[in-house]
Design a protein around this ligand. Structure first.
Ligand code: TMP
Ligand code: ZN
Length: 406
């Protein structure tokens, strides 16, 4: 499979193939699975700029549908994180006269609600209508559309230049990233910053978190690749800072060239990435082999537990579960259900593997012996919440960074 880089048009070379996969967040109803969309989940790296990207092109309209089920506020830890970030922007960036902040993919308003409560001018740009409605109910102003080069002009004309542009777990989703960067160049004021935080390639490789790969993640960013991507679009990477969310993320700050000093995080992280071999194909191919080993060990372990008469269920149905269960060939015959706190996922099934999603109450009342923690990035919060499971002898089964029982 050959492709050219979405950022620099260089040649992209595949390093991992996770098989034919449906959309990670589709969560169809049990009766709707007949004609599921599928594509080959192959991920590659650009030889020229090192950007890691999905080889297939999936139309974004089929991804962020009106029922897009991801609600950022579901996790207490995440809610606190974004409230803290909003306060940081209010204290440090939104201090001039009549400041303005725009958020790409504002989801249910988890960050902008704090900005709105402070009475600061803001705009969420969110194409999924259901989550946009949820944020409106919190007093957040939202435009229901995609952000790109062409929407940036009218937004600037109506609201003026942005002091802050923000995006969390959304910028790496946008396959037309080049157009977003052009749009950011247009919308940002002279001293403005474009801040985004996304799952970090270094953490994905370090933890063999292969399940971060699914249709929505058009890219997996590194500091080196973001620096290279920003420059041709007239933006400069001025800061980079690790964030402990989603199993390891990075917060990138872009500015107008020369407008801000480059923080020490940038050279330090570039050096760490070089030492980790992040821009090298051999490193990524070794990751692919570790992913295969995890798949083989997980299927073998679940198989032997079931052979002993144990029940193995799932906990948490993030989009990641779609990648893992389809890659491992797990269906409801192996994993009878997975519980998730998101109401819009309950009563539906995981795409492709068709494992039913139930409420956490069903899990609590079950006599499951093992629970695979698919929402492994929320392990602490979930294990604390479900202490009763371990107390009655239930065991957690994790597969990142390797297959182990807790
Ligand atoms: P995320 O990793 O993309 O934030 O998704 C986490 C998923 O796990 C989401 O579908 C909600 C679910 N979840 C629970 O079911 N219970 C919990 O306590 C937490 C924190 C998340
Ligand atoms: Zn490239």
């Amino acid at each position: 499979m050959d492709a050219s880089c979405r950022i620099c048009s260089g040649p992209v070379k595949a390093f991992v193939d996770l098989g034919r996969q449906p959309r990670g967040n589709a969560f169809p109803r049990a009766g709707q699975v007949a004609d599921e969309f599928r594509y080959q989940l192959v991920v590659g790296m650009c030889d020229t700029c090192t950007m890691v990207q999905l080889m297939a092109d999936i139309p974004q309209e089929v991804r962020y549908h009106d029922e897009y089920p991801y609600h950022a506020s579901n996790s207490v830890v995440h809610s606190r994180h974004f409230e803290g970030l909003a306060r940081h922007f209010l204290d440090k960036e939104l201090t001039g006269p009549d400041p303005f902040i725009a958020e790409i993919g504002s989801n249910d308003g988890v960050m902008l609600a704090t900005i709105a409560a402070a009475g600061v001018r803001h705009l969420g740009i969110e194409p999924s209508t259901q989550v946009a409605e949820m944020s409106r109910a919190r007093g957040v102003r939202v435009l229901s559309q995609f952000f790109d080069e062409s929407s940036a002009g009218p937004i600037r004309a109506e609201h003026g230049p942005a002091d802050v542009m923000f995006g969390a777990n959304v910028i790496a989703h946008i396959s037309h990233l080049a157009s977003v960067l052009k749009g950011a160049k247009k919308l940002l004021g002279p001293g403005g910053v474009f801040v985004f935080e996304e799952p970090y390639l270094g953490s994905v490789i370090e933890q063999t978190a292969f399940d971060i790969l699914y249709d929505e993640h058009s890219f997996v960013f590194s500091v080196r690749a973001i620096q290279a991507a920003a420059e041709p679009y007239g933006l400069e990477l001025v800061d980079a800072e690790p964030v402990a969310l989603h199993g390891g993320s990075m917060r990138y700050t872009l500015g107008q060239p020369g407008a801000r000093p480059v923080g020490p995080g940038v050279p330090a992280l570039l050096a760490a990435e070089a030492a980790q071999g992040l821009g090298e194909h051999a490193t990524l191919e070794a990751f692919a082999r570790r992913a295969e080993r995890i798949r083989d060990e997980l299927t073998a372990l679940v198989g032997s537990l079931r052979a002993e008469g144990r029940t193995v269920v799932g906990y948490g149905a993030p989009a990641k579960i779609t990648t893992v269960t389809n890659y491992c060939g797990f269906g409801p015959d192996v994993i009878p259900f997975v519980c998730d706190s998101t109401p819009s996922k309950q009563g539906r099934v995981v795409a492709g593997s068709h494992i039913p999603v139930v409420t956490p109450a069903v899990f609590a009342e079950s006599d499951a012996d093992y629970a695979i923690l698919f929402a492994w990035n929320h392990a602490e919060e979930i294990m604390a919440k479900e202490r009763a499971f371990a107390a009655r002898g239930g065991r957690w089964l994790l597969y990142v960074p390797e297959v182990h029982i807790v």
